[in-house]
Structure formats: C-alpha cells, structure tokens
Design a protein around this ligand. Sequence first.
Ligand SMILES: NC(=O)c1ccc[n+]([C@@H]2O[C@H](COP(=O)([O-])OP(=O)(O)OC[C@H]3O[C@@H](n4cnc5c(N)ncnc54)[C@H](O)[C@@H]3O)[C@@H](O)[C@H]2O)c1
Length: 263
Amino acid sequence: MKIDLKGKNILVTGGAGDGLGQGICEAVDEAGGRVIVNDLTLEMAKEAAEKYNNALAVEGDISKVEDVNRMFDEMKSACGTIHGVVNNAGIGLGKNAIDAEETEVDRLYEVDVKGIWMVSRAFVKQLLAYGEVGNIVNISSIQAFATMHRMAIYAGFKSAVNGMTRGLAVELGQYNIRCNAIAPGLVYSEQSLHMIGKWTPDPVKWMEDHKTDHQCLDFFTSARDCGNVVVFLLSDLSRSITGQTICVDNGTINLLYNNEYTS
Ligand SMILES: NC(=O)c1ccc[n+]([C@@H]2O[C@H](COP(=O)([O-])OP(=O)(O)OC[C@H]3O[C@@H](n4cnc5c(N)ncnc54)[C@H](O)[C@@H]3O)[C@@H](O)[C@H]2O)c1
C-alpha cells in the first residue's frame, strides 16, 4: 500500500516558501502528483517549480480575488482540472493584541483567512463546473488550540481556519469533496525565525529551548513531516476523513510539563 497521487494536479499556495511550502511540494512530487507552485512573484514560483517533476508555476497574491480567479484560469489552460489545493500561504504577526495596528490585523486576516476562503471557493467552483471531485487541505497551527503571548490575533485567525475547515467539510461532503487541515507545531522556516526574532535576539536558541521544554519528542517537526501528512489527506487513503484538523507538533499540544528533559 502506498500513497499515490499519480495524475493529480495539486496547487500549493505559498509553495516557494523555504518552510512548509517546500516540504509539501516535495511530498506531493514524491507521491507522483503534479505540483503547481503558487507564490507572490513568478520568479519565486518558477525557481521553486524547477525542483519538481513537470511542475507548473503560478504567480498570484491569494488575498486578491482577481489574482485568484486568474490563477485558476491559467491552471485550467495549462494542465486541466486541479484535483487538490493546499492552502499553505500565510503570514505571521508576533505582537500583543493591544500593540497591533489595524493595518497589520487586516493584512493578516486577508492572507490567513480570507485568502483560504477565496482559493477554496474558486477551486470548488471549478470542480463543480467540470463534474470533478477533489480535496482541500488547510494549514492551520497549534496556536489555534493553545497559545502564548504575542499570538492572540494569529491564534484567533488560525482558529477561524479550523472553523472554516469544519464548515467546508459540512457543505462540500455532498459533492464528495473533502476538507481537512493540519496544525503544525514549531517548524524551522524564515517566517518562524523572523517572528521569534521579534522577541528574542537569538531565535535559534529559542527554538532549541522550545524543542527541549515543550515537545514530547526530542527533535524538530520538519516541513517534510507536515508534507507527509498533507499527502495522506490528499490521497484516497484518507477518504473517510473530513473536517478534521490534525496536529503535527511532536506532542506539543498534549504536554503540560517536560520535567524529564529539564531536571
Ligand atoms: N513555520 C512554522 O513553525 C509554522 C507553524 C504553524 C503553522 N505554520 C503555517 O504554515 C504556513 C507556511 O508558513 P511557513 O512558516 O512555511 O512560512 P514561509 O514564510 O516559509 O512561507 C510562506 C510562503 O507564502 C508566501 N505568501 C505570503 N503571502 C502570500 C500571498 N498573499 N499570496 C501568495 N503567497 C504568499 C510567501 O512568499 C512564502 O513563500 C503558514 O500558513 C503558517 O501560518 C507555520
């Protein structure tokens, strides 16, 4: 038994990112799927797409409806039906709620919540128009389950992603379209280091401490670990799973104390 995405076109938004985007694209590619890499510029998307077999690059800001609609038109002409969408593109905001600016909160919402809705809407409309079935996988965060200082807004919006995942599963089940999410813990990426760098001068040490003190497993969750769960959710092996958010977090969310490591 193996995960087989042969013949499937899979859009990965924010797929040029050095974090989860890369791990997800790699896993889709290895499972035999055709990766469609989206990112903010064609240059970024093309550079990433070169790493995968027969991959396609599509430029677009997923927070802009005109970009999203154009992307789906371009993908349709270039490779036909899209069978899966991974809503990975996202930005962070490491600020206490009382210090955040309205423009920052609006931008976070536009990308991390509204963007997922717009991409999912365009995807489902295309599936229904051509009588096809497909799958959505959203990238949430463990911040949606338990959070920390400077994360209230991000945590709130990732909770919205979990809610939308449940709701889309309810509405789309009648078409045999599934919608699930993964909630990664801390994964090495430019975005993580940049955000952690806002509150500590040594983000790498902060991450090491997090690994020791806040995970059951004593290694980092990799982008590829996340990609592996994503391809499972995209594949028929998970055909009975919809509306779920699966934590990929090395046991962070279930851990209260990790005294064995610290004593
Ligand atoms: N890194 C982590 O520890 C972690 C943990 C939990 C959840 N996540 C989530 O995983 C996803 C990927 O994050 P990452 O850490 O790998 O970040 P990253 O910065 O490495 O990658 C994000 C990519 O999305 C792209 N992007 C940003 N805004 C976009 C837009 N409007 N349209 C299209 N592309 C856009 C960026 O250019 C970048 O390439 C995000 O949704 C993030 O919230 C990350």
